[in-house]
Design a protein around this ligand. Structure first.
Ligand SMILES: Nc1ncnc2c1ncn2[C@@H]1O[C@H](COP(=O)(O)OP(=O)(O)OP(=O)(O)O)[C@@H](O)[C@H]1O
Ligand SMILES: [Mg+2]
Length: 393
């Protein structure tokens, strides 16, 4: 059928035509926004889940919800080995720019921008005395606030001031952090401390995160009270009804239907994983001659969808691994699809567990595997074991 009208959207962070099966999380976030705006004590949210399960899309939806309530919003994507100081400064700059036109006292905004600039310029990575960061802040950097060089102190002061500007307007500020497991350890600790401080003063600023399933343990390793700061929402594959809706509703908009056995086959292939739902749906649409999309259409299109996933979803990640890391993952895949013991992987490779730690650690850092619980590891990418077993070694 006409590829131009194809509604499905496989791709990282691509907004799906229908955000299926996430009503509970949306409702929870609605409550968070409402409570924070009213100055009620409230924990912020952190969304976790495997690759391609829809974390970025959900975070973006939360951002839209906050904007709809006229909140100031900003978003960063954390990177390993990169301090969050500059990205957070840029994100809060965006948030304040959203609020500024409605603020009655321009000097309050200027005052905050001066603090923000001082905060950003304290980046130790920048050469001394220079300001590489040209954020378009015209006001001079202020002194003596959020510029100590200690990220914990500086973030706390910056957040409190930003929250103050939002309070003037009776709204809030939401800072979104995607790939939060990649925030460097020292920065995680500073971030939690700043959120903790803020939650005690009731300032209307929240940090909303998204990351891989081990993110809660990254946070609690850093600050034991992190469990009381964040409400964790683990998102997973879609159940049958939600996966069907993700396919049916966008098609219906274009007067296209699926036969029931086509939906059976699509669910079997995609296993409810949002990325796969979009990928199989997209190819089935393109190859089907007419509505309804039938079981035969799905069968004919499945190899092409798998081919595209092998290149775009699995292959692009596999390529990031070194030969030693690939051996490690192949050994994991041979053992099975459940979380596996690191000792068992070492056994399978005929090596000492300690000699494999570098490979394991760098795979974790690359976000390809995660430590499910002590001594156990698993793939972050759904169906990755199956993909690896089909690869020539
Ligand atoms: N609730 C949903 N219903 C239907 N499709 C969805 C849903 N959530 C996400 N998708 C689709 O799944 C794909 C992956 O979404 P997204 O990039 O948000 O995943 P992610 O969890 O952030 O993955 P990664 O860990 O790789 O960053 C996109 O193509 C998106 O359109
Ligand atoms: Mg993402």
């Amino acid at each position: 059928m006409d590829p131009v009208r194809n509604p499905y959207a496989p791709g990282a962070g691509q907004r799906p035509p229908e955000l299926a099966g996430r009503d509970r999380e949306l409702q929870q976030f609605e409550v968070v926004l409402e409570r924070v705006a009213r100055g009620r004590p409230e924990r912020s949210m952190v969304v976790t889940g495997l690759r391609g399960v829809g974390k970025t899309v959900l975070l973006n939806t939360f951002k839209s919800m906050a904007m709809q309530r006229l909140w100031g919003t900003g978003k960063i994507e954390a990177r390993p080995d990169q301090s969050i100081r500059r990205p957070v400064a840029a994100a809060l700059h965006m948030a304040i720019r959203e609020l500024a036109p409605r603020h009655r006292a321009p000097e309050r905004i200027e005052e905050f921008l001066g603090v923000l600039k001082a905060f950003a310029m304290r980046d130790p990575a920048a050469a001394k005395g220079t300001s590489h960061w040209s954020p378009g802040i015209e006001v001079p950097a202020s002194r003596g606030r959020a510029d100590s060089g200690d990220l914990e102190i500086d973030l706390t002061e910056l957040f409190v001031d930003a929250a103050g500007v939002a309070t003037d307007l009776a709204v809030g500020i939401a800072l979104f952090i995607d790939e939060m497991q990649d925030v460097p350890a020292a920065d995680v600790s500073a971030l939690c401390a700043a959120c903790h401080e803020l939650s005690q003063t009731g300032g209307p600023l929240i940090v909303v995160g998204a990351g891989l399933p081990h993110l809660p343990s990254v946070l609690s390793a850093s600050k034991s009270y992190s469990e009381r700061l964040f409400r964790y929402a683990r998102i997973d594959k879609l159940d049958r009804d939600a996966a069907d809706l993700a396919l049916i509703l966008p098609a219906r908009e274009e007067d296209v239907e699926f036969t029931p056995d086509a939906l059976d086959a699509l669910y079997e292939a995609a296993d409810g994983y949002p990325y796969f739902v979009q990928a199989y749906g997209k190819v089935a649409w393109d190859l089907a001659p007419r509505s309804p999309i039938t079981l035969d259409d799905v069968k004919v299109s499945a190899p092409e969808a798998e081919e595209e996933l092998a290149v775009g979803f699995f292959g692009s990640r596999y390529e990031r691994a070194t030969p030693a890391e690939r051996d490690y993952m192949h050994a994991m895949a041979q053992i099975g699809d459940e979380p596996v013991a690191t000792a068992e992987v070492a056994d399978a490779l005929g090596r000492k567990p300690s000699s494999l730690s570098p490979a394991r650690d760098s795979l974790i850092k690359k976000g390809l595997i995660y430590s499910a619980e002590r001594g156990l590891i698993a793939f972050t990418v759904p169906h990755f074991g199956k993909f690896l077993r089909a690869q020539p070694v």
